[in-house]
Write a protein of this length. Sequence first.
Length: 228
Amino acid sequence: MAANILVVEDEPAIQELLVLNVMQCGYRATQAHDAPSALAHISRALPDLILLDWMLPGSSGVELARRLRAEQRTRNIPIIMLTARTDEHDKIAGLESGADDYITKPFSPRELMARIRAVLRRRAPQMSEETVSLKGLQLSPATHRVSAHGTSIDLGPTEFRLLHFFMTHTERVYSRSQLLDQVWGDHVFVEERTVDVHIRRLRQALEPSGLDSIIQTVRGSGYRFSSD
Ligand code: CA
């Protein structure tokens, strides 16, 4: 699934340009014109990356970045700060607020896209198109193929995303709610039981290759992909 990018910018012309560039690169775009509307979007679904304007009416982009970094649910969303300022001091303040990268207006579409790709690759590897290999499993996002020890495995789209997320986030325990946020992009309208259903399907698909046990149930917490 294409990464969902939240574009937070109050100037309509720049907002439009950003959204156009983002969509031309095959990403999905959600728009917000200030901090409260950005927070409203984020409370419904976690974006995969935020393009955040420094100068917003009311609460600034820096304040919003700090607030997102302070909360557990939003702490890891990659943020690229946009600004008209070229001051080194401001650049440092932007990065200290928790932004992953920084881009100065006016920017070229090519530079913007290169930075988005680099940040996604670093911070959200499950959004990358690169093939992942682990424990005899090979998953290719570009061709949407999975194999175990060279034998092809048929997976539904949700199981595919779930496996991609796990293969790029091994060893850590994820709660059902965190998985809904990260894999479904929706923790409000999808029931937590749904996660169990898809985990069961994924395990069934991995069973013939004997790899089903790498998805561990952690009682009372959630699930973990263990490559041990
Ligand atoms: Ca602005």
